[in-house]
Write a protein that binds this ligand. Structure first.
Ligand SMILES: [Zn+2]
Length: 168
């Protein structure tokens, strides 16, 4: 492996090369193995591991052997677009799930509200009964339903008659 310093110049492919060319707009990053210590896969002479690193240029900067060509730039842009699309899809799924959960919870809240109102009515009846505050239905034509409020004690037969009248 040839180690070069930052100021070295060398000829490669008939062109003069220099480490000073490591421009972030023109060169991509070094490419090491995920684990352990390895040389950069672009053969730039840099190497890096968990504890130590080195090379002719900054081993964690841009790689002078990894030029960004328009094709590579296009591939990167396409990958970015796909990643963004994937993230958006995930976000939409999360939002959909949350919306469904909110719908279920709202349904439960409505059911609890109905049950609460029903129990209040039952409680109110029992309170009226306990306090003796209720109208006893006479069924003799002297009951004025429209002016009554609160609880009414009524024979089932009389209630059926009232129901038949209202159904008719
Ligand atoms: Zn490299």
């Amino acid at each position: 492996m040839v180690f070069r310093t930052k100021t070295d110049r060398w000829i490669e492919n008939g062109k003069e090369q220099t480490c000073d060319l490591v421009d972030p707009d023109k060169f991509g990053e070094h490419d090491y193995d995920e684990e352990g210590t390895s040389d950069c896969k672009h053969f730039c002479g840099c190497w890096a591991g968990p504890a130590r690193s080195g090379g002719p240029v900054n081993p964690f900067g841009r790689c002078p052997k990894n030029p960004i060509t328009p094709e590579k730039r296009m591939v990167e842009l396409h990958k970015d677009a796909r990643d963004l699309n994937d993230r958006l899809e995930k976000d939409f799924k999360t939002i959909n799930n949350l919306e469904n959960k909110v719908k279920v919870l709202l349904g439960k809240v409505e059911l609890h509200g109905k049950e609460c109102r029903r129990l209040r009515k039952v409680l109110s009846l029992h309170e009226s009964k306990a306090a003796g505050e209720y109208w006893v239905w006479q069924g003799d034509g002297n009951d004025h339903l429209e002016s009554l409020s609160g609880a009414v004690l009524i024979q089932a037969d009389d209630l059926r008659i009232l129901k038949e009248k209202s159904d008719a």
